[in-house]
Design a protein around this ligand. Structure first.
Ligand code: HEC
Length: 150
């Protein structure tokens, strides 16, 4: 009886640890992905600032489309802990789940804006690309303001 209790307590602890480990992996992977997006934006900023030929940006834009298409699936419930910026920690705010419709909308806005950016990149007009790029940065901020801790 007692042994069984101990065994089941042990099992419960193990499975809780398993959940915590899985969340840490989810958090690490999504943050890595977001840093990749940040790198794409940095590279495109250089093009926009220089009013360069935007055609080479298309590949990066397509990678961003792929990333944001599945982005909301990277937020399983409970992956807003532990809060912080250290490895394994997260800045995802609880409002992602309490206002999930808003979060999904912010992500949909991102995808719409990335489509517009792609149009500007293939259009080949440096000024139009720079304007769309600026708008894209603002759209990132639109989600961060509400759903990401500072
Ligand atoms: C739909 C919401 C949403 C959109 C859109 C979004 N982000 Fe984020 N971003 C987040 C959240 C939430 C976090 C915090 C993730 C975490 O800490 O687990 C984050 C974190 C980040 C980070 C920090 C990664 C790290 O190392 O911790 C970077 C960089 C980033 N985003 C870049 C961008 C860029 C650039 C864009 C626009 C092209 C963008 N994000 C669009 C929600 C969004």
């Amino acid at each position: 009886m007692r042994l069984r209790l101990i065994a089941s307590a042990l099992l419960a602890t193990l499975s809780l640890t398993g959940v915590a480990l899985a969340q840490t992996e989810v958090i690490t992977a999504r943050r890595e992905g977001l840093r990749g997006v940040g790198a794409h934006m940095e590279a495109m900023k250089a093009i926009a600032d220089a009013r360069g030929n935007p055609a080479p940006a298309v590949e990066r834009i397509d990678a961003m489309t792929a990333f944001f298409t599945t982005f909301p699936t990277r937020f399983p419930p409970g992956s807003d802990v532990p809060q912080g910026t250290n490895p394994g920690q997260t800045r995802a705010l609880p409002v992602i789940w309490t206002d999930n419709a808003g979060f999904l909308q912010a992500n949909a806005n991102m995808l719409t804006q990335i489509t517009a950016l792609r149009g500007a990149a293939t259009g080949g007009d440096p000024a139009a690309f720079a304007a769309a790029f600026q708008q894209t940065g603002a759209t990132c901020g639109g989600c961060h303001r509400t759903y990401r801790a500072r």
